[in-house]
Design a protein around this ligand. Structure first.
Ligand code: FE2
Ligand code: FE2
Length: 354
């Protein structure tokens, strides 16, 4: 069966009838109070995810399908717990051979991967410490590493959760760190750049890079901090004479980059470069998370749905561009004004978490 996809997740609104193709990202068979089976699914296309429910009477007539399968789906979209949910009245597995373009179903960075990778090589070139430069170059000469570094996701959900997301996120963290090294002259730029580049490499093995984004068994059992620590330690061991103090500091950055024990960090930052990588990482995670919310919120909404990563709804209404240009004409600094207001607002009590 030849398929061509025309209806994508971002265009689908509450009340719409859906007749389209998706990948099953998650499937859970559940029981009602009366013991009858029903099923919830997470449908995926290149634009994101859509929750779905298949009630008992439809589910009993539905043939088998599994996570990762391509399905034809029909249903109607309702609002459920503040989110869009499709109530499915027909779902059928389709052979992937009939699909001309699987990229319709796989979310990928909208940045150019070759350009991002070139930029990253430029940062390696700028490292002056010979041991750190050798270490970074050894990673780049490892073909399997490069393949994963270029294509991995940075997460299954919340921020940079798409193919190429790890490279995009890591490059952002490297750029933020490089900029901060230009402001604070007591930072060791080489250590900072190396720590930023390597802080999340464990994610290459933590997530599988198939059609759906999934944690691997190693990822579930070890987590990306432990995997990354082991990988960097192994590569350091291959470089004769690598100074122990430098090795400890670099490994410390990896072990402490989540900042706090409750966020899965086995160490808390104890050198300045580790504080900086932690903050740069968290900042880019928040910006990526906010952008993902913007993408999944319709243009006419003022507030997002409840966002678990921020434990709040966020204000997504666009600043009125006419007001903006009037203010510019009147010589007001709009960005400065917004920043001042933000810092005095109710959520400042959360600051300790970030
Ligand atoms: Fe991380
Ligand atoms: Fe990160």
């Amino acid at each position: 069966m030849k398929i061509s996809k025309t209806q994508f997740i971002n265009d689908i609104k509450v009340g719409d009838t859906v007749d389209s193709f998706f990948i099953i990202s998650e499937k859970q068979v559940k029981k009602k109070k009366n013991g009858e089976d029903y099923c919830t699914v997470l449908l995926q296309d290149r634009e994101g995810m859509l929750e779905g429910v298949i009630w008992t009477e439809v589910f009993l007539k539905t043939g088998s399908f599994l996570e990762g399968d391509l399905v034809e789906t029909k249903g109607v979209v309702r609002e459920y717990k503040g989110k869009k949910q499709i109530v499915i009245n027909m779902i059928k597995k389709i052979e992937k051979d009939g699909c001309e373009n699987l990229s319709d179903f796989i979310k990928t960075t909208d940045k150019n991967i070759d350009n991002m990778f070139e930029e990253m090589l430029g940062f390696i070139d700028s490292v002056e410490n010979s041991y750190l430069k050798k270490l970074l170059n050894n990673f780049i000469e490892d073909k399997d590493f490069v393949k994963g570094y270029r294509s991995s996701t940075a997460a299954v959900r919340y921020h940079h959760a798409y193919q190429g997301g790890l490279l995009e996120h890591t490059l952002n963290v490297v750029k933020i760190c490089s900029m901060l090294a230009g402001i604070y002259d007591n930072l060791n730029r080489d250590l900072l750049i190396a720590g930023a580049m390597l802080h999340d490499i464990g994610k290459i093995k933590e997530y599988s890079s198939g059609i759906t984004l999934k944690a691997t068994n190693s990822g579930r059992l070890l987590g990306h901090i432990a995997i990354g620590y082991g990988w960097v330690r192994e590569k350091i061991g291959q470089i004769g004479g690598f100074p122990e103090d430098l090795s400890d500091r670099l490994l410390h950055i990896i072990l402490s980059h989540h900042g706090y024990y409750e966020f899965g960090s086995p160490r808390r930052p104890k050198i300045l470069e580790a504080f900086v990588v932690y903050h740069a990482d968290h900042l880019d995670g928040d910006i990526g998370g906010f952008n993902a919310i913007l993408e999944n919120t319709s243009d006419d909404s003022e507030w997002s749905d409840y966002a678990r990563n921020f434990d709040r709804r966020v204000f997504v209404k666009k600043l009125n561009s006419r007001e903006e240009s009037n203010n510019k004409k009147a010589g007001k600094n709009i960005k400065g004004h917004i920043k001042e207001k933000d810092s005095s607002e109710e959520d400042s009590g959360q600051a300790g978490l970030f």
